[in-house]
Design a protein around this ligand. Structure first.
Ligand code: ADP
Ligand code: ADP
Ligand code: ZN
Length: 219
């Protein structure tokens, strides 16, 4: 089963992708995580992407398509994957279709998480994650069960993203509405779009997604 999780910054894509990937034995492919790793490692891609990410704009299609194409062809992805944060432009979606065709693969569901812009700002400003395993938390909505200890791995060190500040968030939301929202009709026309109410609580969103996966799509 191959999935795309689509939604604005802070919608819950990463949180739900972690859960669904673990529950179904899928590989989570987050282009944001891959790009942050490239920045941290100081690779050529990282050097190109750093300033663009800090500004909240989209990294060029060529760069992200190349990293995704490389990962999807890997043996670990043969058992299924969740794309989290990719595609983000129609050009990326078209390139993805070509890559999938070339590998004899297809997307089963494009899960769209809808969340109001005001709620997104609140989610992003309270977001932090575990350094060791990447598990996602929130100051108000999703605190570790034991203060200062990661539920998933027991780690005790957490980070906040540099681009999770009010100014950059505004740019990221604009980029979503202008460049990524056109993917909704793109996938709707192909019968793949499955909207879920991303305003619900985290567990309730997971249940909606599980219902989509159980239902086999419908269209
Ligand atoms: P995205 O990957 O779409 O940017 P995240 O999964 O990182 O979003 O979620 C953004 C923040 O909001 C995180 O701090 C996360 O814990 C929190 N969050 C995720 N889903 C929900 C939800 N349904 N309700 C409240 N907070 C949520
Ligand atoms: P969010 O969790 O807010 O949705 P991500 O972690 O997915 O953010 O992405 C962080 C940043 O990385 C984006 O603001 C953008 O600069 C870059 N990025 C991630 N995925 C893509 C993509 N598919 N195309 C272009 N840029 C991307
Ligand atoms: Zn952890």
């Amino acid at each position: 089963m191959n999935l795309i999780f689509l939604g604005p910054p802070g919608a819950g894509k990463g949180t739900q992708a972690q859960r669904v990937a673990a529950a179904h034995g899928l590989v989570q492919l987050s282009t944001g995580d891959m790009l942050r790793a490239a920045v941290a490692a100081g690779t050529e891609v990282g050097l190109k992407a750093k300033a663009v990410m800090e500004a909240g704009e989209l990294v060029s299609d060529d760069i992200v398509v190349a990293i995704v194409a490389d990962r999807i062809a890997g043996p670990d992805c043969a058992g299924g994957f969740v794309l989290d944060g990719f595609p983000r432009t129609v050009a990326q979606a078209e390139a993805l279709d070509t890559v999938l065709d070339g590998n004899g693969m297809r997307i089963d569901h494009v899960v769209e998480m809808t969340v109001d812009d005001d709620a997104l700002v609140e989610r992003i400003s309270g977001r932090f994650s575990c350094v060791a395993c990447g598990a996602a938390y929130h100051d108000r909505f999703n605190r570790p069960k034991v203060e200062g200890v990661c539920d998933a791995c027991g780690g005790g060190e957490f980070v906040r993203r540099e681009d999770d500040n009010a100014e950059t968030v505004a740019t990221r939301l604009r980029a979503y509405h202008a460049q990524t929202a056109p993917l909704l009709p793109y996938y709707r026309e192909r019968g793949a779009l499955r909207p879920v109410d991303g305003m619900a609580e985290i567990d309730a969103v997971t249940r909606q997604i599980e219902a989509v996966l159980d239902g086999g799509g419908g269209d």
